[in-house]
Design a protein around this ligand. Sequence first.
Ligand SMILES: [Zn+2]
Length: 128
Amino acid sequence: MKFPLSVRFAHPGHGWPGQGERAKEHGLAEGEVYVIRSLEVGRSSSSFKLAGVDGEFNTVLFDAVYDEMDDEFPATVRGGHALVVEFGDEELIATCLCGVPLGTGTPLTSLDEFALPWERHVITRSQP
Ligand SMILES: [Zn+2]
């Protein structure tokens, strides 16, 4: 099994009443594939957080997608290797969407500093 896994928003009618509607309000489109950012396993229901989408969504709304990872275009959100730059505690933190750390910098650091290690990571597919 490969990580990150993707899921398709396939069953907006599953789950508790209103959950599918709420997912749509958060911008999920039926039939679209999303990359899982995290999984919260609960007693009565489990929920996904998805890359690029706010909120948590009941896992029963989704089908697992195993074979649609975009290996041809790994340097994409769907491919699982997009460059993520965050503001931390007065520093810039760069990571790949897959979790590989790509360095830190000051707020004045040019984002170009992170592009090279990220490109190298995408090409070599080094794992975290
Ligand atoms: Zn990556």
